[in-house]
Design a protein around this ligand. Sequence first.
Ligand code: F6R
Length: 600
Amino acid sequence: MCGIVGYVGARRAAPLLLDALKRLEYRGYDSAGIATVFKKLHVKKDKGRIHEIDRKLKLADLPGNVGIAHTRWATHGKPSRANAHPHLDSSGKVAVVHNGIIENYLELRQFLRKHGHRFVSETDTEVIPNLISYFMHQGKNLERSIRETTKRLKGSYAMAIACVEEPDKIIVVRKESPLILGIGNGEAFLASDIPAVLSHTKRILVLENGEMAVLTPAKISIKRIASGAVVKRKPMVVTWTAEMAEKMGYPHFTLKEIFQQPDAVRDTLRAATGELEKLVKLLLKAERIYIIACGTSYHAALVCKYALAKLADMSVEAVISSEFQESCRVDGKTVILAITQSGETADTLKAVQVAKAGGAKVACLTNAVGSSITRESNIVCHIYAGPEVSVVATKTFAAQVAYLLLLAIHLARERSLPKSKADELIKRLGGISDAMRAVLTGVEPQVKKLARRYCSAEHIYLIGRGIGYPLVMEGALKLKEITYIHSEAMPAGELKHGTLALIDQGTPVIAVVPPGESRVRMAGNVEEAKARGATVIAVAEEGDDMKGHVDEFIPIPPTEELFSPLLYIIPLQLLAYHITVELGQDPDRPRSLAKSVTVE
Ligand code: F6R
């Protein structure tokens, strides 16, 4: 996730863009840059936080009344000056800022190199200005060249383009990544999000998928990219404060990030290519595999363990990082997969160092390009969840799980799963984001009611089996972290071995019952709890006849067992969030917790 902004009008662009970038920094903050048009393109960019870059380069000094800018959260290529946006074509006439992922950039690079274009960055974005200038060299104007370019791009993008040959305008294009336009008096703005422009205008146009717009000081004209047909749209007048806008109208970052999960999953699955293949090869050669992680990342590791056992017939150990050196042995044939969204968790870094000292090879899965874990790893894999502001992990969990499920399918295909079956599963996993969206909107009203009913509970128990077990662990962790209610997750079969003694009249028990062969045994465990007087809330497939046996039933649309974590975790996250709000607590700032735990 990155932030883009742009301005055309009568005022100097650079100071406005700098201010707007600062307001978008929550979308990414490893590098930033501005390009303005004044007789030629003027560019200042570097790695680092915006205020640091500004101190060094004086970003606001750039001349001109037209400009585009970017704050980056690295995806392709480490944070560096060369990889920072804006990117220019090799002739220095076209500048582009881009938020999204170009999947076919390697093949486009090859094509453009053959036509004399040179590349100076490792990014996917750099192909865009070069492709545009390739078409401009054929005599097409900027708009036409951009339309030709978009026909050849695979992936997602919100981008803004400035060009010295048509200096009074900016053109923007949108496919999937967000983009809004702001209408001023004799000026126009563009941005990834509303907060960036809110201090200048409240009149906003939201650009839809498959649309482009030409911004000049006098007007904004929107067209369909494919047909060129003009789109008429009335601006909306936004009444949010800047803080509300940063949360995109959600009352808290936690809720915003829960609702961003479908996008995080989609982007992660889309971007997983070369690094995933390397990881598959490494794991296939290993004699022993440990997946190490803490907290929420550990729960994703457990999902991976179950998926590998079921689908790829592989046995791996998922280990809590801080326990690794106490119980695990490594040698030269051991592979460690370290999962850490921040890439800075001290316990995980320590475990990795111990494993390396024993001769193990290390791969990591992280959300933070260039973080400490990436420097310790032989293979670096990324999720593409964008910065997670809330202390509690939600969208990074979904993105980790999506990546790990994809990994399991690839490993299974290399071992025994027929290729056609694996391809079918990959295709269906690609469609899971839509199902997640349906669950998010479908279950929230019911979960809100449940939150009102259970916010005064002293204890909540959660039970699950198989792939459902890591989910209840994750649900219990969310409840503990932000509601402060004691919550305990149990493998459902283990309840009768002790914890059942704590369950009596009215004790809330949440049973997570994904589809699959463990469903029948879960039904037995639900009866056990009911027999002790528990109030059972079941999260199960819609139409399941368990509905008639429990106190509350949260229906989830049908999906395969393997993908169920991505849908079944949603009501648990929402329940923790809404109970917290009912209790008058702040879900974004839980007591005693930090986002990155950099001490052992
Ligand atoms: C839970 C949470 C923590 C982290 C844990 C590991 O909501 O945020 O449990 O999951 O501290 O963090 P990373 O993934 O950064 O290593």
